[in-house]
Design a binder for this molecule. Structure first.
Ligand code: F6P
Length: 371
């Protein structure tokens, strides 16, 4: 029996999404003889039944394209703004799945998407997901597609900032995305040779950061690059937030305003970065500048590694569908691929262990982690 599968991309876009759509689509069409239908703009498009034909023509020529040909949104089935109100549209989504005679729905997304997919699974839909995000913070997979491209972009930015920081004897604080995880800042910081790397998992002491910079100045290097993850937090703020949350009876850790359904705004992050740069200027006597890489890290052509990963995961996804394996995320594990239960992924975040080998390596080359 011919299978009908739907596919959508949800959450922030990331390089490699089109490569994954192509991987799922080409394998489904050509190898397994399935029919595939795209839904536009994530769960919103599924709710509004806005579809896109995905035949060989549409799937051709997209491997190297950034973004997603399907469009995306951060809308969630159970909390969707409709007609000026936030409504639970899950039943409408389930209805559209049935009306399109789907045998399976493929959801390409990050942590939030895994949770939404699990909710749909619990409503009886055959859901299967792929892990995408530049943040690399999805649990149960070694890596997510989008991360490698963003890592390259952020590393190149640090490389370029080095020469100008050096010429002007300045501190440059470069803010790197990652939501509440430090993978991107840590990876780019190590690869780009940042002098200080600040990540959410290791709350920092601004005095210790300043001392690392002063030490460099005393050693004849009166310039420094500080790679700061957007979710980085000082020990002082961390303790204050932990205390405030304990007072409210919440057991969460002390990181600021970090609800995975609603990422803090860029302005909140930028405010922290600006305050950090000003404080470092004051404590070191060096001039400081900030650079916010922002959405540059999500745009453009995916790297070869991301194309490869997205193609591997996408084609494996079609294979799992052909075997009737649903309710899982297709994860990268070592050289292989594994289907992991959505229950084991949803609601979890893969953060950087403070003793991770990348952290150890950073410390060994003399990089300050700010603690
Ligand atoms: O999750 C990917 C990501 O780029 C995060 O690193 C960042 O915090 C967030 O999305 C930004 O979201 P938006 O594009 O909605 O501003």
């Amino acid at each position: 029996m011919t299978k009908y599968i739907g596919i959508l991309t949800s959450g922030g876009d990331s390089p490699g999404l089109n490569a994954a759509i192509r991987g799922v689509g080409k394998a489904a069409l050509n190898h397994y003889g399935m029919h595939i239908i795209g839904f536009r703009d994530g769960f919103r498009g599924l709710m509004e039944n806005r579809t896109m034909r995905l035949d060989s023509g549409e799937l051709s020529g997209i491997l190297t394209r950034g973004g997603t040909i399907l469009g995306t949104s951060r809308d969630k089935p159970h909390r969707m703004p409709v007609g000026g109100k936030v409504r639970d549209m899950t039943d409408v989504i389930v209805g559209n799945y049935r009306d399109n005679h789907l045998d399976a729905l493929v959801c390409l997304g990050g942590g939030g998407t895994q949770k939404n997919a699990l909710r749909l699974k619990e409503k009886g839909l055959n859901v299967i997901t792929l892990p995408k995000t530049i943040d690399n913070d999805v649990a149960m997979t070694d890596i997510t597609f989008g991360f490698d491209t963003a890592l390259g972009i952020a590393t190149e930015a640090i490389d370029r900032l080095h020469s100008t920081a050096h010429s002007h004897h300045r501190i440059i604080v470069v803010e790197i995305m990652g939501h509440r995880a430090g993978w991107l800042a840590l990876g780019a910081g190590v690869a780009g040779g940042a002098d200080v790397i600040l990540i959410p998992e290791i709350p920092y002491d601004v005095e210790s950061v300043a001392e690392a910079i002063r030490e460099r100045s005393r050693g004849g290097k009166p310039f420094s690059i500080v790679a700061v993850a957007e979710g980085a937090i000082s020990m002082q703020d961390f303790l204050a937030q932990t205390a405030a949350q304990e007072k409210k009876g919440k057991s969460r850790d002390g990181r600021k305003n970090i609800d995975d359904d609603a990422p803090p705004t860029e302005i909140q992050y930028a405010d922290h970065t600006l305050r950090l740069a000003k404080k470092l200027e004051q404590l070191t006597g060096l001039e400081a500048r900030i650079t916010i890489l922002g959405h540059l890290q999500r745009g453009g052509t995916p790297s070869a590694m991301d194309r490869l990963l997205a193609t591997r995961l996408g084609t494996a996804c079609a294979d799992f569908i052909s075997k009737g394996t649903y309710g899982v995320m297709v994860a990268a594990r070592g050289d292989g691929i594994k289907a992991v239960r959505l229950e084991d992924v949803a609601g979890k975040v893969k953060t950087v262990p403070p003793d991770h080998p990348w952290v150890e390596s950073a410390r060994r080359v003399g990089t300050s982690m700010g603690d």
